[in-house]
Design a protein around this ligand. Structure first.
Ligand SMILES: [Ca+2]
Ligand SMILES: [Ca+2]
Length: 178
């Protein structure tokens, strides 16, 4: 069983990953999203951007392989919600995506993500500003207003865990109309 919070988190991800807003997740959405996110941190190096674009491609491949129940080559909201039923099928994909995204937020490679880079990346994905700020605060930024890359990556992994509630990632669904 998935928690209500987990279901809300998954619904939000669907609405954001449907980047062109046509009601289905398709390859074109991942291209839009990938380009937007890769451009969010101009100081990031090409290898980090390529890694993220690769993670987005794998994400799509996994979705269409695991969730396209009716075989029409696109993922409907109903198909997507099944992601919470078999989380182990998505572990490797989410792992890769979490590490690639969090690493992109650390262009100088010191193991930390600053608030401006965090906000830029999460805004590019489509989350709302107050939620992004609340999430960053929930990660417990240090005196330099930074969070560890690993803390953010772990937060992304938790976000996809159907049994979890009361996690930092729940700040992303608070007060959203999606
Ligand atoms: Ca779409
Ligand atoms: Ca489908």
């Amino acid at each position: 069983m998935a928690t209500t919070e987990a279901t809300d988190r998954v619904r939000l991800v669907f609405s954001l990953f449907d980047a062109d807003g046509n009601g289905y997740i398709e390859p074109a959405d991942f291209e839009l999203m990938g380009d937007r996110v890769a451009a969010a941190v101009p100081a990031a190096d090409e290898a980090a951007k390529d890694r993220l674009l690769g993670a987005f491609r794998r994400y799509w491949d996994t979705l269409v392989t695991e969730l396209d129940a009716n075989g029409d080559g696109r993922i409907s909201p109903e198909e997507f919600t099944a992601i919470v039923l078999n989380p182990q099928r998505f572990d490797a994909t989410v792992d890769e995506f979490a590490d690639a995204l969090a690493t992109l937020g650390d262009p100088d490679g010191d193991g930390h993500v600053t608030r401006p880079d965090f906000v830029a990346l999460m805004t590019a994905i489509g989350f709302e500003r107050p939620n992004i700020e609340a999430l960053f605060d929930a990660f417990g930024p240090d005196g330099g207003d930074r969070v560890a890359v690993s803390a953010w990556a772990d937060g992304i992994r938790d976000y996809y865990r159907p049994e979890k509630s009361g996690i930092p990632g729940d700040h992303l669904t608070t007060g959203t109309s999606r």
